[in-house]
Design a protein around this ligand. Structure first.
Ligand code: ATP
Length: 282
């Protein structure tokens, strides 16, 4: 079975507060795009084995694709058959685009189909919750509001189709470190989530694009914040309707109505950032 696993972008990301269980309450508008990984699932061998084209990714149960397969059969109450999963990675790792979670979701959808759809999509999203907070969203995909840890989902009217220039600068970010930093800060600027949802309902792409914002943009260490701001500036200069950062970064992206402008932005950004991609919304 061959499956496509699309990356996600955050049109908005707001952190509402820290919970007693140590997790944070989030409010995020999520969007799938045509940049994605390709997975091949084949029966064979013993247990679940994963092979990817990135040597540093885990091959055993620590790979989220394998974790999803194990969780699927555990929830189904059946023994795990031998399964070989190969992943062609295109989504940059640790980039804020849910690369691992979308691979896990693709495995859940594929196995559900293989076993005759024992779970509804909502049930399958719940199976994914144990694998990672972004997995339920990745099971459903499209445009959605994610709340709680990210697992409480409300499907939204689809974002009007547009072009996306996606750019991941070449520095790592630490998600736990950024959550720790935000706990010690007063967040002054937040996304207008309600306004963005109204713009979505009206099919108003420029209205959505200009309301995109991510609270983590101001939580990054200063040099990284400047790099992300520079990328956003380039995107806007090239004609993006709006630009923001995805997840805890460092990937930034801009939405474009015209393909030529998005291509121009990608050409410019790729001079300094190897991981630059042209995509469309899904
Ligand atoms: P998110 O946007 O959900 O926070 P991310 O883009 O920050 O995700 P990922 O690329 O999903 O982060 O990877 C984070 C970690 O997950 C890495 O340490 C990586 O080793 C591990 N990982 C496990 N399985 C995978 C996979 N299939 N693809 C990518 N990373 C994986």
């Amino acid at each position: 079975m061959e499956r496509f696993a699309p990356a996600k972008l955050n049109l908005t990301l707001d952190v509402l507060g820290k919970r007693p269980d140590g997790y944070h309450d989030l409010k995020m508008v999520m969007q799938s795009i045509t940049l994605g990984d390709t997975l091949t699932l084949e029966p064979g061998g013993e247990g679940v084995r994963v092979q990817t084209d990135l040597h540093f990714l885990p091959t055993g149960p620590k790979n989220l694709a394998a974790a999803a397969a194990l969780r699927f059969y555990e929830t189904l109450g059946r023994p795990v058959p031998g399964l070989e999963i190969s992943i062609r990675k295109r989504i940059p790792v640790c980039a804020g685009m849910a690369g691992g979670s979308t691979d896990a979701a693709a495995v859940l959808r594929a196995l559900n189909e293989k076993e005759g759809n024992p779970f509804s999509m909502e049930e399958l999203a719940r199976v994914g919750e144990g694998v990672g907070s972004d997995v339920p969203y990745c099971v459903l995909g499209g445009t959605a509001l994610a709340e709680g840890r990210g697992e409480m989902l409300t499907p939204l009217p689809p974002l009007p189709r547009c072009w996306v220039a996606v750019c991941k600068p070449d520095f790592p970010v630490s998600t736990p470190e950024l959550f720790a930093r935000i706990d010690g800060m007063r967040v002054r600027c937040r996304p207008d989530t309600a306004g963005l949802l109204a713009a979505l309902a009206a099919g108003d792409l420029p209205g959505v694009a200009r309301r995109m914002y991510n609270v983590f943009e101001k939580v990054l260490p200063e040099r990284q914040e400047v790099r992300v701001a520079e990328i956003k500036h380039t995107l806007i200069q090239c004609g993006a309707l709006g630009a923001t950062m995805s997840g805890t970064g460092p990937t930034a992206f801009g939405l474009f109505q015209r393909k030529e402008l998005a291509e121009e932005a990608c050409a410019l950004l790729s001079e300094q950032n190897r991981d630059t991609f042209l995509a469309e919304t899904v």
